[in-house]
Each structure stands twice: as C-alpha cells, then as structure tokens.
Design a protein around this ligand. Structure first.
Ligand code: ADP
Length: 635
C-alpha cells in the first residue's frame, strides 16, 4: 500500500462522499436487525491486530518505526459519561491517503460480495452480515458517529476521520504528537449501552478474540487496566489446550470467512526444518474461489512475526481454498518477499504442507463419505487443476478425485469405477459437457445404458484440460463416449436382440447414408450408422483424432480456436424416422435427393441442438422446419 503523500494533503477539514457501495453498505448496516451486533468489536480488534502485524514486519527493516514504543498492544476504553467505546492500537496507522482509501471505499472483497448479495435480497438480509463480516463498517451497527484518529508509523502528521455513516465523512489534520497507530472511537447509540459494560466487553473479547497474539487491555472508569485475552498466538499453544470455538474464531479472523471450518489441521513439524501450521478447509465455497488471480490464502509468519499474506510459493494455486497460517522457525526474519521465492526452506515447507493436506483429505474420503462429497462439490474443481499443473501429485489427486456417473447415485472414485467395470470393458468411459443434466441426457450414452456400462460425467471445465494430458488410470485408458468409433458389442449385458435387418433394408440404409453424405458434403466429416444410439435418431461425434466436442466448444467460446473440426453425423439404423427415410431412398432412388435435401440439413441441425449448439444458420433452420410442418399438416 502506498504511504506516499503524493497528492497534496489538506491543511484544514474537508468533506468526502463515500463511494456509492459504501453508502449502500452503511445504510444496510445502520438499519440491520442483526442479532449478534457484538461482532463489531471482533472486526475492530481484528483490524488492530493486523495493523500491529504490519508494523512489526516493516520494523524488521526499519526499527526506527517502533519509535521506542515496541510493546504492541490493543487498548479498549469504555466511558459511560460520554457513552463512547474506544479501540486503540499502536500499530502501523494510516496516512491521509490510506484513511481516504480504506475508510471511504470497500477494501475487502468479502465486503463487496456482501453488498452485491444483499442487493439481490428483498429486504437486504441482515443475517448475511455475520456470514461476510463487514469489517470496520460494522461499527455503525451500534454507533451513530465514529471518530478515527491515526498517525502512520514514521510520519510527522496525524489525521482525524469522522462520520455519522450517512453519505460522507470529514477528514482533518490533527496534532502531530498524536501517538502512533489508530484509535477508533464509537459514539454509541442510546440503546447500545451494554457495550460499555466491562464484563460484557471481557466476554466478547474472550469469545471472539482470545486467539490474538497481542495483549488486549480494558481500561476501566477508574483508570485501572485489565488484560482480557491470553495473548499468545493461538497456533503456538498445544492442541489440547485449544477449544473448537477458539479454532473457529481464529479461522474467522485469519480466513475472513464466517462459516465453520470443515477441516482443521494443526501441526508442528520438528527435525531438520521446523514449522507450525494451522490450516483450515472451509465448509462452504468462498465467493472468490474462481477469480482469475487464483490467489492462495495462507499467511506466512517467521517465529510469530507476520511476514506476508501474499506468498505464491507457500501453497500451489490448486490448494487456494485452504486458509490459515504457517509459522517457520528457520527462515530469516528480515527476508524480503522477493527473496522468499528462492528459499529452499520454503520449498520444503510447501511440499510438507501439500502432503499433509492431501493425506488428510484421503483419510476424510474414507471415513466421512458424506462430508467428503460436499467438500468435493465445493472444491473438487480447484483440486483437479493440480492434475495438469503438478505432475508430482497426479497419483494422489487421481485417488482423491470423485465423479458423478450414469451407473449410480452420488459420487464415485476411479478405483470404485474400475472395480465395477462391465465384463469385457477395458476403458474408462466418460462424457463431458456443461452440466450434469445436459450430459446425462446425451444420446451418445444410449447404448452404454442399454448395456449397463457406467460412464463418468465430467462437467467441470477443468476436466477437459487434465483429460487431454492424463491418458490412463490403473492401466485403463480414459475414453470419451462422444469421440471415435465405439464398439460395445463385446461389453456388458447385451440388450435384447433385434430381428436382423434384411439385405434390402441394409442396402437402403447404405443408400441413405451415401445420400446424406452427398448432401451435407463439407458440413460434416462423415455420415455413418451408429453403435451408440438406441432411442434417438441422430447424434454428432468427434473423429478419433479430433478434439472432444466439449473442449472445442470451451475453446471457441474463449476465442482460442476460431473454427472447430468437422463432426461425424451418426444415424440410428433402428429409428423409425431413419428407416422411413431409407425406404424413401430405396423407392425413389436418385429422385429422393431433392425431397430429402431439407431433411438432411434438419437432421444435422437437430444433432447440433442436442449438443447444446445453435444451428449455424438459424433462419434456414426455421424455414426448413416450417416447410416440413406445412407439408405434414396439409397431407
Ligand atoms: P479489512 O480489514 O477486511 O480489509 P475493513 O473495512 O475492516 O476491511 O478495513 C479496511 C482497511 O482499513 C484495512 O484493510 C486496513 O488497511 C485499514 N484499517 C482498518 N483499521 C485499521 C487500523 N486499526 N489500523 C490500520 N489500518 C486499519
């Protein structure tokens, strides 16, 4: 964040409008009937704790920033006479520009998501406040005016920010002797006096902020001071002394998420390298999981000192759903963020962490099928990115991967799929597409169903990418049900045999195939009789050497390929429509070609529509359709 006072700073008080989203947020917050208003204190203490972490880190390279005041702490003061509650810290503080930027716009993406979400709700559902944690602005749930004074570490000027939370805030220079750090004063609403009550404050801090590693002191009316929390970093305490609730509150603080952790992993590694990790896997899917930055969410500490929350090399991007901290005993404290990248200790920690997380997931998959299924629905698509990004973990990830399939309810893993393969089946069949509903309804699966052959349904865009790199599992090839020539004759349970078609019927069918090929010419790669269809008349498939149709669609949508490969049109020799057409060709010979011209194009367009594609010439499609319907109703 920039600390430069590049723009000219004001000499006297000035008023700023809040960014529109902030104004909306404040409106929701001020009118919320949210029942756990006490969380505002958690948010303010959390900000103060972060501010102290940042100062401690900056002071590693410039100890003068500590200014002879090295005991970082948070001080809460309650004053019944003025009905004010104050949360003060001697952390990094904010410059003029930082005050304007941080407390006038929405800094946190979670808060932005909250505003967006409540916009969709009829009455601005205030329960969501607890779910998202709206940060600093939550102060306006209990206060009708908030005053913030701040001096940034090392700066010779200090500022006061003040607002009643209604559209604008005032900012003014104040005495440069103001102590370093930030003081937030809440002018409590009449009905909120309970937050001045010392036992009540003590209870709130114990509940939500006990894990904070700095002392949080309460200064009473008589000026005496009492420490409210344990003040040792939660992860440095023995596991047996930490309650589930304490883990949970730490997760809220460090992860900026407000559900419960699904998995909590707290470990200390000793030996050649030493580190402690406290990692969480959320229960629900965070809103920013699929943002293009693919940012990981684990903070790095060195011997209890916060170093960075932006270290790409701490965990691979495909574990970005993991939240928490890693605290190393070996890394040098004054390591720059750039040098971190190259440090071999970090690489070892990373390997250790990945193994630990994957190992725990493996155990969960065995022990808690239901929980794992919901984990997989939330994060499976992210984990699968590792299949093509990290060859080292391919085996582990294939073992963790779960899929829907045509053969059974719920999820299956690959080992189970292989165990259930039909007699004579040698490949792992899959079909890929946009959604479970769409792929499950694909005509290309008809013959698989008829023979009781299970087909995996791949509906995450990432599936196409790993499937194009990984050919096999357990010696069995992955095979797309919509590509190449598929012969299921020797596999599974044979469906009831049809009467063998007569030689004449066979001939007629060949003539129809030839005619369709001639008519559709360049629009298709081939026309052939299908082994895949039992009920539908037609379908499209990709040639064996071409790209699977679904990935091609993804690439076309993202403009990475312009035109796709031509498809093969398969026709179902048993379908009444196809039989009827074959008869027509047999009766009329070459004369049928004019009559069947429209029909041929309609068949192709129909196959495209089933694939979820629009006919390339919708007007022609509509005209042909109208002509045929007209003929049908007038005959
Ligand atoms: P968040 O803390 O999630 O980023 P907030 O709305 O609570 O969102 O705070 C916005 C920003 O204001 C913080 O990111 C931080 O940069 C700054 N800030 C808030 N409180 C303090 C504080 N006590 N000391 C220094 N900076 C603060």
């Amino acid at each position: 964040m920039s600390t430069a006072t590049n723009k000219s700073t004001p000499k006297k008080a000035e008023t700023h409008e809040f960014q529109a989203e902030v104004a909306r947020l404040l409106d929701i917050v001020a009118h919320s009937l949210y029942s756990d208003k006490e969380i505002f204190l958690r948010e303010l203490v959390s900000n103060s704790s972060d501010a102290c972490d940042k100062l401690r880190y900056e002071a590693l390279t410039d100890s003068s920033l500590l200014d002879g005041d090295g005991d970082l702490k948070i001080t809460i003061t309650a004053d019944a006479k003025t009905r004010t509650l104050t949360v003060a810290d001697n952390g990094i503080g904010m410059s003029y520009q930082e005050l304007v930027d941080n407390l006038g716009t929405i800094a946190r993406s979670g808060t932005a998501a909250f505003v967006e979400q409540t916009g969709k709700e009829e009455d601005g559902n205030s329960n969501l406040i607890g779910q998202f944690g709206v940060g600093f602005y939550s102060a306006f749930m209990v206060a009708d005016k908030v005053t913030v004074t701040s001096r940034r570490a090392g700066a010779g000027e200090a500022w006061q920010w003040e607002s009643d939370g209604k559209g604008s805030f005032d900012i003014a220079p104040i005495d440069a002797d103001t102590p370093r750090g930030t003081t937030v004063t809440l002018h409590l609403e009449k009905g909120e006096k309970e937050f001045l009550d010392a036992p009540r404050i003590g209870h709130i801090i114990k509940t939500y902020s006990d894990h904070i590693g700095l002392p949080i002191n309460l200064v009473g009316e008589d000026g005496g001071s009492e420490q409210l929390n344990t003040a040792s970093a939660l992860w440095s305490r023995p596991r047996g002394e930490i309650s589930d609730d304490q883990y949970k509150e730490f997760y809220h603080h460090v992860g900026h998420l407000f559900d419960d952790p699904w998995l909590t992993l707290h470990n200390r590694v000793e030996g050649r390298i030493e580190y402690t990790s406290l990692l969480f896997v959320p229960t629900s899917q965070p809103f920013d999981l699929f943002q293009p930055e693919r940012k990981t969410n684990v903070k790095l500490y060195v011997r209890r000192v916060f170093i960075t929350d932006d270290c790409e090399d701490l965990l691979p991007a495909w574990l970005r759903f993991v939240r928490g901290i890693i605290d190393s005993e070996d890394l040098p404290l004054n390591i720059s963020r750039e040098m971190l990248q190259l440090n071999p200790v970090l690489a070892k920690i990373r390997t250790g962490m990945v193994k630990r997380v994957l190992g725990e997931l493996k155990k969960k998959a065995k022990k808690d099928t239901e929980g794992y299924a919901s984990f997989w629905n939330n994060f499976g698509a992210v984990l699968k990115e590792g299949l093509y990004e990290s060859a080292d973990y391919r085996e582990d990830l294939l073992a963790l991967a779960h899929f829907h399939s045509t053969g059974q309810e719920g999820l299956t893993n690959l080992a189970d799929y292989v165990g259930r393969m039909a007699d004579g089946q040698e490949d792992i069949y899959y079909i890929s597409g946009e959604s479970l509903e769409a792929v499950a309804a694909s005509p290309q699966l008809e013959a698989f169903r008829a023979r009781n052959i299970d087909v995996l349904l791949m509906v995450d865009p990432v599936d196409e990418f790993w499937l194009s790199m990984i050919n096999e599992f357990d010696g069995k090839n992955f095979r797309s049900a919509t590509r190449g020539d598929i012969d299921l004759d020797a596999i599974g349970t044979a469906p009831e045999a049809d009467d063998k078609p007569s030689a004449a019927a066979d001939n007629a069918l060949s003539s129809l195939t030839a005619l369709l090929k001639l008519t559709l010419a360049d629009a298709v790669k081939d026309v052939r009789e299908s082994n895949r269809l039992t009920d539908s008349a037609v379908c499209l498939v990709a040639a064996e050497d071409d790209m699977d149709m679904h990935i091609e669609r993804i690439l076309r949508q993202s403009k990475q390929v312009k035109t796709g490969a031509k498809r093969i049109l398969e026709i179902n020799p048993k379908h009444p429509l196809i039989r009827r057409l074959a008869d027509t060709v047999a009766e009329k010979g070459g004369d049928a070609s004019v009559e069947l011209d429209d029909v041929a194009w309609l068949l192709l367009d129909q196959a495209r529509i089933i694939e979820g594609e629009t006919p390339p010439d919708p007007a022609a499609f509509a005209r042909r359709m109208a002509d045929i319907i007209t003929k049908a109703v007038s005959s």
